[in-house]
Design a protein around this ligand. Structure first.
Ligand SMILES: Nc1ncnc2c1ncn2[C@@H]1O[C@H](COP(=O)(O)OP(=O)(O)OP(=O)(O)O)[C@@H](O)[C@H]1O
Length: 286
């Protein structure tokens, strides 16, 4: 079963902005897809479409095997879709505590109180903020608030989590740490995800596979370890150009390629670039 399937999606805004024209996308169960694209390309629209906040005029959307949109004739309401969304600003309820925010979805689903408390405690532990359970939302840092937002999603155990630039308001060091944690949590819980970001380094840290939204289409660039910047078109390569210089450890060298471990990911680059065990700085722009 696939987590997300988009077939021949057409979507435009009433003012004539045509965002998708025949877009296709498949995300496998348990897979994390990183989505890059220029500003205005349609990344947020893609997530809103899957969440059911925006309707395609034509095409089919399937979430966890279930039809969510069908050729403009049927639209499943957002609350019935097996997915949740994490936004750039955590969008927490200011009048509830951390635990109260995380419990919200379980209350809505009428989960009994004792079970609710257990699941909230479990997920707060998982995202590493157990000690913040009673804290007011106004007293959280940006990074803590995003951990709460993630806990609020994970607690209801959706098949898919949609991330819309969740870390872009945070500084670079924190972003890298949280990106690693988000990947680990998604993998541990077997949750599928689409992760939209402006930051290619963040995308390759979190995702298994990268896609680019461009010209009304979703272009699948393939698995992160096999990303080959030299084979990409100019416009796509320039999006990835933001990777700039990153350092990693060489784990394998052959005659025509070098494998470098960057954070917990493997990136294969053409050509020989040092010997195994070296710490190297590579420029992942074109
Ligand atoms: N409500 C709307 N009405 C009309 N056009 C819209 C609306 N929302 C978005 N658009 C247009 O649709 C296109 C896609 O917007 P979207 O927000 O999905 O892009 P994005 O890739 O997420 O951009 P960014 O990286 O800047 O957030 C843009 O051209 C935008 O101007």
């Amino acid at each position: 079963m696939t987590a997300i399937e988009l077939i021949n999606i057409h979507l435009g805004y009433p003012n004539g902005n045509q965002v998708f024209a025949g877009a296709e996308l498949t995300v496998a169960k348990g897979e994390i897809l990183g989505v890059l694209g220029a500003s205005g390309a349609g990344k947020s629209t893609l997530l809103r479409l899957i969440a059911g906040l925006q309707h395609p005029h034509a095409g089919t959307v399937k979430i966890a095997g279930e039809i969510a949109d069908d050729e403009g004739r049927y639209h499943m309401p957002p609350h019935r879709r097996d997915c949740t969304m994490v936004f750039q600003d955590a969008q927490l309820f200011p009048h509830r505590s951390v635990a109260g925010n995380v419990a919200y979805g379980l209350e809505a689903a009428r989960v009994p109180a004792a079970q609710r408390r257990r699941r909230v405690a479990e997920v707060l532990e998982m995202v590493d903020i157990a000690e913040l359970a009673d804290r007011a939302i106004t007293e959280l840092s940006g990074g803590q608030a995003q951990r709460v937002a993630l806990a609020r999603c994970l607690v209801i155990r959706p098949s898919v989590i949609l991330f819309d630039e969740p870390l872009s308001a945070l500084d670079r060091g924190l972003r890298q740490r949280l990106a690693v944690d988000i990947r680990e949590l998604l993998k541990r819980t077997g949750t599928s995800a689409i992760y939209v970001t402006h930051d290619p380094a963040e995308a390759t840290t979190v995702a298994d596979r990268i896609a680019v939204v461009e010209h009304g289409q979703i272009q699948d660039l393939g698995p992160v370890p096999e990303l080959d910047v030299s084979k990409l078109s100019e416009s796509v390569a320039s999006l990835l150009g933001g990777l700039g210089e990153v350092s990693g450890v060489v784990t394998a060298v052959s005659d025509d390629s070098t494998t470098i471990e960057i954070v917990d990911r493997l990136v294969v680059l053409p050509g020989r670039q040092g010997v195994v065990g070296d710490t190297v700085t590579v420029n992942l722009s074109r």
